[in-house]
Design a binder for this molecule. Structure first.
Ligand code: NAD
Length: 279
């Protein structure tokens, strides 16, 4: 299952998604994102995670167009921004993202945040269902959805999300949400898997990293994979992009997995999806 950077998980509609990809949040459009995505593709990555709000879809598209990797080998994710919740506005925002990416189809489209204050995520999901049925996107999912948001979707829509991308790292492993997703065949995906660099000095992780002769980042990424969670660490530096993908030649023992699990404080480091309403 976890043999190489090209290893995939199978989503509930049969589509295969790489376990590991590159995240490009806060990577500048133009040269910075183009060179990061190219470095990732050269290192063997096939999955790239962007979003309309990252404002770098054009650069991601340029890097893809300039690479020699066949389109069908790639798995490209983008996300619908909060300002565009609603049926028609979602369809229009999707077209806009596709134009920027320069792609004929997308692999995964996510609702970026549930935005409960607006009360439109069910209507928005119906637009994603249309895009999926029309063959414009191979898989559809959500991001930052808690159990109660997912329940709303499941009760009121036709298609279950294939993916839920959420904050997930050793300080916040969302066990209840993870169990719910597993029970419904929804693949959990980790954002800020490295807690944006905030965990590199954590002594338990440093000790485990030394034991396997790996970096702390590699240990965390390996822990994601062994917990059955897709992960998309971000870096713009080619040597770190390669380092983050060099996690398929070792396996954490159950004892070490338990030690990492025990770091959980069930505490978010970033925004709470029930409160986040930035547009
Ligand atoms: P991350 O946890 O991946 O940490 C990235 C930071 O860690 C980088 O800035 C880099 O400085 C550092 N780093 C990376 N690899 C390293 C290494 N090997 N050694 C030392 N330092 C290293 O942070 P992130 O970017 O917030 O999250 C990853 C991706 O998740 C994003 O790029 C984005 O695609 C996605 N994301 C999604 C949401 C959402 O709401 N859906 C929110 C945040 C992030």
């Amino acid at each position: 299952m976890l043999k190489s950077l090209q290893s995939t998980t199978t989503l509930h509609n049969g589509v295969k998604m790489p376990w590991l990809g590159l995240g490009v949040f806060l990577v500048k459009d133009g040269e910075e994102v183009v060179s990061s995505v190219k470095a990732a593709l050269e290192a063997g990555y096939r999955s790239i995670d962007t979003a309309a709000i990252y404002r770098n879809e054009e650069g991601v598209g340029r890097a893809i167009a300039e690479s020699n990797v066949p389109r069908e080998e790639l798995f490209i994710t983008t996300k619908l921004w909060n300002a565009n919740h609603g049926y028609e506005s979602t369809l229009a925002a999707f077209d806009e993202s596709m134009k920027k990416l320069g792609l004929e189809y997308l692999d995964l489209y996510l609702i970026h945040w549930p935005l409960p204050s607006k009360g439109k995520y069910v209507e928005t999901w119906k637009a994603l269902e249309k895009l999926y049925k029309d063959g414009r996107v191979r898989a559809i999912g959500v991001s930052n959805f808690k159990v109660h948001h997912l329940q709303d979707i499941i009760e009121n829509c036709e298609i279950k999300p294939m993916v839920n991308q959420v904050e997930y790292h050793p300080r916040f492993n969302q066990q209840e949400l993870h169990d719910f997703c597993k029970n419904h065949g929804i693949q959990l995906e980790a954002w800020s898997p490295l807690m944006q660099g905030g965990l590199f000095d954590e002594p338990v992780l440093v000790e485990i990293a030394n034991k396997y002769n790996k970096s702390t980042a590699q240990v965390i990424i390996r822990w994601d994979l062994q917990t059955g969670v897709v992960t998309i660490p971000k870096s713009t530096k080619p040597h770190r992009i390669a380092e983050n993908a060099d996690v398929f030649d070792f396996e954490l023992s159950q004892e070490d997995m338990d030690k990492i699990n025990s770091l959980n404080q069930e505490k978010r480091q970033f925004a709470d999806p029930d409160e986040f309403n930035k547009e």
